[in-house]
Structure formats: C-alpha cells, structure tokens
Design a protein around this ligand. Structure first.
Ligand code: SAM
Length: 272
C-alpha cells in the first residue's frame, strides 16, 4: 500500500473513531481494506482510496471504520472482574440502592454482546432477588455489525466454548441448528445501541452504577483515552464502579475515581 494511501485511511479512522492505526500494522490495514473493497465491488484498495478521498459519504466512512475495529471478546472475559462484582460490588450497590431498587450497567465497548450477556447471567444466577428491581444493561459499540450480532444473541459452538460454563450454556441458551441462542429473559435485560465513545455522550444516556470499558482504550491515543475517561466520569452514579481491561493503564483517570483492589481485580469507584 502506498504511504499516502495508508496515511489517508489511518487519519480518517483516527479522526472519527479515536482508533490509532500504527504503521507497523499496515499489512493488517491493507488486508481489511482489500476485503472491504471486494465487498463494495471495487477493483482494489486503490480504487477504494480514489472514491473515498474524492467523495466520502457517511456510509462509506462508517464502513471503513467498521473494517478497522477489532471485535475480539468472549464470555466472562478475565473472570476476576465478574468475581469482584459477585463478591463485593453488587452486594455493596444492593445496599446503597435499596431505596431506588434500580441498577444500571453499561458495557461501553460491547462488541458482539458476550460481556453484556455475562453480566445478565451473573445477575440471574447469583442475585435472583434483584430481578424484581429495575435492572438495565446498556451495550454500546461503534460497530453496527457487532451490535447486530449481539442483539440476535446467537453464538457458534466455538464462541460458547470460550469462557461460558457448561451449566450456564444449558440453563440460559437454546440450541437452534448450529447456533446457541440466548434465552428471552436475558435478552430483555439488555439494550444494544450504537455509540461512539469519542463523541460527547448523549444526554439521554443517564447514569450508571457499573461501567465496563474494557479492551478499547488500548486502541486510542493518550489524549483521546483521557477524554473518554472524563466523559465516563460524567455518567457515574455516586459510589459507582468502573472496570477497565486487565492490561489497561489508568493513565488519564479523572481524580474522582478511587482505585480499589478486589481479589485479582483493579477497579475504580466514583467518589467525585
Ligand atoms: C476488543 S473489543 C472489546 C470487547 C469487550 N469490551 C471485551 O472486553 O471483551 C473492542 C471493541 O471496541 C469497539 N470500539 C472501538 N472504537 C470505539 C469507539 N470509538 N467507540 C465505541 N466503541 C469502539 C470495537 O468496535 C470493538 O467491538
């Protein structure tokens, strides 16, 4: 790929999604763009570049960003954050919110939904008393394709083999042909919406008791990462918890978040 072609796509993706495409990943960018060019019936990446650089429609821009997202995820990823929720976080929030009887969770880079369904299963399994509360899980992502799959709640055998205990598979999924489909009770708890973390958060988003923003900040520059964390701070309920990915550094974390260690998990409680 010619350097100016790489630069054009890298700049476009960074400007609209925050995702930094490093030069050493040029081969990956090229192979994903080649696939997109083929899907859109262009001859090759050069023709895609010519069209995009002359007349970039919002649809084409979204398609290019979509092609650059990495949607890797699986059920109960890392396990220990879910243990922390079960053992400390939800019991504490249950006491704090006993009057409102409402808990709101946000899976802020939800990809294909496994994280949101893991939260729903955890609540069903270990906190049946909460099912009479207003419990909402909002699952958002920049990738429309990933969200579409999440909303369907239909996963392959390989996907359910990753992280999901067999007992949960049997209890919360139904087999339909080659897919395992999440049951209606779990699906009713989750709302899937497109949301770009780099944009100002919509005022209708409301506030959250628990935010999972995992394995997405790693794709952003330090500046964008700090901006996203500041946006998240604005939607935290008092004493609410933020979870990042296990390998993600808290650089740029707003001062109102207090670092907490629960078992093997580091999380951040909103004291602002
Ligand atoms: C590696 S997945 C992580 C999924 C899940 N949180 C987990 O930990 O398993 C990263 C997700 O971030 C999404 N993403 C990337 N940039 C984004 C942005 N600016 N706004 C919202 N989501 C974004 C991607 O589409 C992708 O689905």
């Amino acid at each position: 790929m010619r350097p100016e072609v790489y630069r054009f796509f890298a700049d476009l993706v960074q400007k609209h999604s925050g995702i930094v495409l490093k030069e050493e990943k040029a081969y990956l960018i090229e192979s994903r763009l080649r696939e997109l060019a083929r899907a859109l019936n262009y001859r090759d990446v050069n023709q895609l570049y010519q069209v995009a650089s002359k007349r970039l429609t919002p649809q084409l821009r979204d398609d290019i960003i979509e092609a650059m997202t990495t949607n890797e995820t699986y059920f109960f990823r890392d396990q220990h954050p879910f243990e922390a929720l079960r053992k400390e976080v939800i019991p504490e929030l249950k006491k704090l919110r006993a009057r409102e009887k409402e808990l709101r969770f946000w899976s802020a880079a939800a990809s294909t939904g496994q994280e949101a369904y893991s939260l729903a299963m955890l609540i069903h399994e270990y906190f049946p008393d909460l099912l009479s509360w207003r419990i909402q899980i909002l699952a958002t992502d920049i990738s429309r394709e990933a969200l579409k799959k999440g909303e369907k709640g239909a996963y392959s055998q390989i996907e359910v083999n990753r992280g999901l205990p067999v007992t949960f598979l049997v209890k919360y999924f139904k087999q339909n042909g080659s897919k395992w489909v999440v049951n209606e009770k779990l699906r009713r708890m989750i709302i899937f919406r497109k949301l770009n973390l780099v944009d100002p958060l919509p005022p209708t988003l409301g506030k959250f008791d628990v935010v999972f923003c995992r394995y997405v900040l790693i794709y952003f520059s330090q500046e964008v990462k700090a901006k996203v964390l500041q946006n998240i701070a604005k939607v935290m309920k008092p004493k609410g918890y933020l979870f990042l990915g296990a390998t993600e550094s808290p650089q740029g974390m707003p001062a109102g978040f207090k670092r907490k260690v629960i078992g093997r998990t580091i999380c951040y409680q909103w004291e602002g």
